[in-house]
Design a protein around this ligand. Structure first.
Ligand code: CTP
Ligand code: MG
Length: 401
């Protein structure tokens, strides 16, 4: 179904230009604001992935600064985007660079969006496309609820405006592509290069611009203080917090190494199992599946199935991580405890944390690895095998269920 819609949208040509070529001077920080993570993900990646995943958007054209090419590459792994183009000295120049790059694709509708607005929803994009198709130039707007006054340089009020006629304007703004491209070329030729949004440029070019309903949550990151607000929005959006636990046991047999937490550790025995018998990754996989209430490792990877024979357990963990992503969630934390007399886990702890973090796609600080013996009691105490206990904390978007 999605494929059909996508093919259809490519035929009818909806493209999105995402401008991220600013320096973020007002926000400060060690890198431009669009690259600074909010709730673990940068505004740029949030904006790009929303457009790239939108069923009605066929093409996503990012615009960046040359100096940011490396961080851009790091932050856009596995997103379906057109190759980024370089922007210019003003936002308007950057938008134009994106529009010109789309030329050979001939979209009929183009959406222009600021990477500095990370929380625009898919529903807003759907509204933008519909409004753009209807009127050829449409922008998302919010009513003004505060009273607005004109104040002079001395701080003296000159007039009170009628707020009923005022709107706060956001992006994405939607236009008929040929008309917006033409307007941008005319503005550049007239040496007008500093329109603060595309609607202002379109108005100057004589296009009739209409409004549709914006979104209060579609905030723009401008000052450093906006990051705290944005963190709160990101936090609240993934407020459905789930915990899952997982346990696994494997017996020792003959061999010269064990696979534990994705690491190969030299040992005088091996762990016996259908796959590589990595008890740590099996327990972690079950903990994540438990947090999602999506069955267990055996249900997804039946032990009798020959295709999982000697399989690397990385694949099981990757599957559970992918399920979290598919639900729109994130792994907040993984906690693993290994119970064994040998091998000694302490010397491997940091490497194991790093490996698990890499497999789960989270920071090492979000992975705990602990180990204990069982004081020579029970099967672990007798050195017959290793037990692993794991807890996963997963954040999901709120849903009706
Ligand atoms: N932008 C751009 N090219 C520019 C200037 C801005 O692509 N030459 C982009 C920004 O990256 C941002 C959007 O336009 O996504 C809105 O601009 P703004 O909020 O002003 O961002 P900056 O220009 O980066 O910030 P500042 O004005 O504080 O330097
Ligand atoms: Mg700016």
């Amino acid at each position: 179904m999605r494929l059909v819609i996508q093919e259809l949208s490519q035929m009818t040509g909806v493209a999105a230009v995402i401008v991220a070529a600013g320096k973020g001077t007002r926000a400060g920080g060690d890198r431009p604001k669009q690259f600074r993570p909010i709730g673990g993900e940068s505004p740029l990646r949030r904006a790009l992935s929303m457009f790239a995943d939108h069923a009605e958007v066929g093409l996503v054209q990012p615009v960046i600064r040359k100096e940011d090419a490396d961080v851009y590459r790091e932050q856009t792994v596995r997103l379906d985007l057109l190759p980024a183009v370089f922007g210019g000295a003003t936002r308007q120049c950057s938008v134009r660079a994106g529009l010109e790059a789309l030329g050979p694709r001939k979209p009929d509708i183009v959406l222009v969006h600021d990477a500095a607005r990370p929380f625009a929803s898919a529903a807003l994009v759907t509204r933008a496309i519909a409004a753009g198709r209807r009127s050829g130039a449409a922008i998302p707007a919010l009513a003004v609820t505060d009273t607005v006054k004109i104040v002079d340089g001395e701080g003296v009020v000159g007039a009170t405006l009628d707020r009923n006629t005022l709107r706060l304007v956001q992006t994405p703004q939607a236009f008929a592509y040929p008309a917006l491209l033409e307007a941008h070329r005319r503005a550049a030729a007239a040496q007008r290069v500093d329109f603060s949004d595309d609607a202002a440029l379109a108005e100057w070019a004589g296009l009739k611009v209409s409004v549709f309903a914006g979104e209060p949550g579609n905030i723009k990151i401008t000052e450093d203080g906006d990051f705290a607000r944005a963190e709160a929005v990101a936090f609240a959006a993934l407020g459905d917090i789930r915990t899952g636990s997982g346990i696994d046991v494997h017996a020792f047999g003959p061999g010269d190494h064990v696979t534990l937490g994705g690491l190969r550790i030299a040992h005088d025995r091996a762990l016996i199992g259908h796959s590589d018998a990595d008890v740590a990754l099996h327990a972690l996989t079950d903990a994540i599946l438990g947090a999602l209430a999506e069955g267990d490792i055996g249900a997804h990877f039946p032990p009798g199935d020959p295709q999982w024979r000697n399989a690397s357990s990385d694949r099981f963990l990757a599957f559970a991580v992918e399920r979290v992503k598919a639900r729109g969630g994130r792994i907040a934390h993984l906690d693993l405890t290994l119970v064994c007399e040998t091998p000694r886990i302490g010397p491997q702890r940091e490497a194991m944390r790093g490996r698990i973090a890499a497999l789960a796609g989270i920071a090492t600080e979000r992975v705990a690895v602990k180990a204990t013996t069982s004081e020579k009691l029970g099967f672990t105490g007798r050195g017959e095998g290793i037990a692993a206990y794991a807890t996963a904390t997963v954040r999901l978007p709120w849903s009706a269920a």
